[in-house]
Design a protein around this ligand. Sequence first.
Ligand SMILES: NC(=O)c1ccc[n+]([C@@H]2O[C@H](COP(=O)([O-])OP(=O)(O)OC[C@H]3O[C@@H](n4cnc5c(N)ncnc54)[C@H](OP(=O)(O)O)[C@@H]3O)[C@@H](O)[C@H]2O)c1
Length: 253
Amino acid sequence: MNVFIAGGTSGIGYALARHYLEKGDVVGICGRNPGKVIENSFENLKIFQADVCDLHSVNAALQSFLAGDRNLDLFINCAGSYAEDVAGKISYEEAEEMLSTNILGTANCFEAARKAMKGQKKGNIAVIASVSGIMDYENSSLYTKTKRSVIQMADAYRRALKPFRISVTTIAPGYVDTEKLRQLNHNNLDKKPFLTDVQTAVVIISAAIENKEKLVIFPTKMKWMMKSLSILPSFLLNIIMYRKARWMKDDRP
Ligand SMILES: NC(=O)c1ccc[n+]([C@@H]2O[C@H](COP(=O)([O-])OP(=O)(O)OC[C@H]3O[C@@H](n4cnc5c(N)ncnc54)[C@H](OP(=O)(O)O)[C@@H]3O)[C@@H](O)[C@H]2O)c1
């Protein structure tokens, strides 16, 4: 299988790349900082520099990967930007990066993958959203709102690409123990409920993709907690989610 992973230079994306490489697949990964990949002992790993916010850049990386008539079996978009923006302020630069990476970047990845797969009349596209995106309430964070957009964009592409036998899987994880999450939380993840280790996340994500599931929310406890909360009226959710966020922040250095 030929697998391309946007945002594959670290975290969940890189762990997924390793998973497919260990299965014997040929894997292309891209990110803005390919030098971040410290371990590159895999013969079948191709690394590209690309910014998902620039469609030409993603297309160029993908076309280089597919050079020599390689088919594209699976495209996974793991590129994403997140910050601690629930109970505090984020800078203009953080907000801009979040909006462009999570929304424009997602659209660009769908476009690049769609273009490559359309002629083949087969293929899978997967995108990493977030469990927070399944909730709809007025005061949700900017991050939550961008991830809600990712889920909705994926729904639209799923419908549009069905006639071309291209499936779309949306992944909505709860907290996954990655270096980025640790950096943002001063290496203290004690207050992240139902934290999933990255290897478990890879098992769940790859199984969902293989089974061509439409939407996968994990871990299960987080899924049911979010689903139960989402039936509450928006004003109540605003209060509960804000208090939860404050509690998570309170004992920070
Ligand atoms: N960890 C969690 O708890 C969690 C929970 C729910 C959802 N998620 C989502 O899962 C995804 C991966 O998160 P992670 O924790 O693994 O973080 P991460 O290690 O920071 O992974 C993000 C990846 O995206 C790439 N990237 C960011 N902006 C990009 C851009 N403009 N163009 C190309 N690549 C870009 C980064 O590489 P470069 O620096 O090389 O560009 C990196 O490879 C994100 O979408 C995140 O929102 C994470």
